[in-house]
Structures are given as structure tokens and as C-alpha cells.
Design a binder for this molecule. Sequence first.
Ligand code: NAD
Length: 319
Amino acid sequence: MTVRVGLVGAGAVGARHARTLAAFDDVELVGVCDPVPAAAGALAAELGVPAVADLDRLLRAGVDAVWLCVPPFAHGDPELAAVRAGVPFFVEKPLAADLPVARRVADAVAAAGLPTATGYHWRHLDTVERARQVLGGDRVRLVDVRWWGTTPPAAWWRREDRSGGQVVEQATHVLDLVRVLAGEVTEVVGAAAPSTREARDVPDATAAVLRFRSGAVGTASTSCVLPLPTAAGLDVAAAGVSVALTETSLRVGTAEGVEEVIPTVDARRAVDRAFVDVLSGRPRAPGLVDVAEALRTHHLACAVAEAARTGAAVRVGEP
Ligand SMILES: NC(=O)c1ccc[n+]([C@@H]2O[C@H](COP(=O)([O-])OP(=O)(O)OC[C@H]3O[C@@H](n4cnc5c(N)ncnc54)[C@H](O)[C@@H]3O)[C@@H](O)[C@H]2O)c1
């Protein structure tokens, strides 16, 4: 079976998904669109597929699914258009720059019963599954999660109302893994170092303390003032075992010694493959995060961002 897909948003991550999808034997990339015609045109020309004027036309072209690779502020309308057309979609993280749009999308998806997938690709790393097994959830007592890096070049990234801020846009990847490895967070307190750059209102840094339902505690920190990416990952302490996880490495410490593990999975490819498999009627890979599950992570990220912004204790909402 050939799966016919369309792609919206021909930016950095849209180009990555389009190249991955175009390389699958069982996928036909029907077209790409972007409000900047030159962006759609360049990607379409590279892959030898049509540039399409807008999502409506893509949906009318008869697609089995669309990949929505738009910036955080642009969510809502594309997803609701796909739902109205009855077309399953893959959507990049975060679900939105804020909670209300993400909730509206999740409600519409649930009512329609449509298959969805999201760009939380770290969940496809075999090292994440290994970490989950060695930690055994309940024994986790402490988590330290970090995203320390640069200020990305996109203008939208620098404005909190456009990107959601660094916690919501970037640290969401590792906050998602906090949920996988240590369970749900119930409450967050935090503080932020305000921006020292005129063109950016995203804070220079944030720091938060997390309280877990299990009784465990954690810290979450971000910074975007560094000259190069420095740390994105999490350290976990559990009774008798420690775990240090990044996108490219896993270190497990026990009384027997330290084990270093390198992922054998290309998670960025695996996330696309997994959703194509769903669309083809094949079994669902356990790492695939649908919109409903992504909404839980978005609730956590929004709570961490709000706690840092306001200094108040924030309860993590539930979908
Ligand atoms: N999962 C990952 O590893 C990963 C990596 C990078 C980015 N992302 C996410 O992907 C999203 C896009 O990031 P990016 O780096 O590709 O950004 P980008 O700025 O490079 O590209 C965004 C593209 O979307 C287009 N666009 C803007 N508004 C639109 C709208 N209303 N409708 C349709 N298209 C619109 C822009 O013209 C641009 O071509 C972000 O949410 C980001 O968090 C995920």
C-alpha cells in the first residue's frame, strides 16, 4: 500500500520530515505548502514534488495524512482543518505556544477519533526504553532535567507569545521523558532570569523545582545565552541505580559499575516510520506519542514556564 501524504511548513524541521518521507518506498509525498512560496518552492523542487498553494488544496488532493511542521504560534487552524476533512495528522511539538489552543486541538481529535502522532521523537530511542527498564518507575527519587543552549535564529523563537518560550519549545522534549522515566509531576515552583537582550522576551534562564505524584522531587533548568548547545538531557537517581540520558548517550550506574550505551535507533526517522506504519494498518510502535499524550507533556511544560514566570506554585493541570 502506498500512503499519500502532504506536508505543511517547509522550514528546518519540515524539510527534514519531507526528505525522510520521500525516501520511504511506501510513501508518496503529494505536495508541500508554506505561506512563504519560495520556501515551499525550494523544498518541492529539491524533492521533485508539487508546491501547493495552501492546506485546503493539499487536503482536496486526496491525502491519507498531513505532516504539520509549523511554528508554535501557527497551531490550531491547520489541525482543525485536517480534523474537518477527516485526515489523520502528524504535528511537530510543542502542540501550541499556549494551553488553550492545544486543548482545543486535542478535544477535536478525540471527538473525531483520528489517528495522530507528534514530534516527540526521543521516545523512539532504544536508550529511553533501556533507562525505563533499569529505573523501574517507582524507585525514582530525584530528577535533574536541563536544556542549556543557544538562542535559535528564527525571529518567532525569541517572542514568548510566538514560541511559548524555551521551556515549552525546547525543554518539552526532556520534560516528556521525565514523565516516561519518573511519572507525573503534580506541582512546580520556579524563578526566571529575565532577558538581557532587547529583541528577545524569552528569559535568559529558568529554574524550577518539581514535585512528583510518587513523592520524588526534581529540578528543571533552561538557558538560551550560551555560545553553543551545552546540555540537553536528564539525570535520574533511583534506589540503587543512576541514569544519565541525552539524545546520543545513556549512562547507567549501579553497584556493579557504570554502563555506557549508544542509541542504535535513528529516532528522527523512526518517528515518521512509526506513523506511516499506523497509516498502513501496521502495529503501533510503543514510542509513538499521539496528541492526547502530548497534551499531558504540554501541560507540564506550560506549568514549568508559568512557575518560572510568576514565581508562584503551579499545579500541573490534567487534560
Ligand atoms: N522534533 C524536533 O526535533 C524539532 C526540531 C526543530 C523544530 N521542531 C519544531 O518544529 C516547528 C517548526 O520549527 P522549524 O525549526 O522548522 O521552524 P522554521 O522557522 O525553520 O520553519 C517554519 C516554517 O513554517 C512556515 N509557517 C509559518 N507560519 C505558518 C503557518 N501559519 N502555516 C503554515 N506554515 C507556516 C514558515 O514560513 C516556515 O517555512 C517548531 O514547533 C519546532 O519546535 C521540532
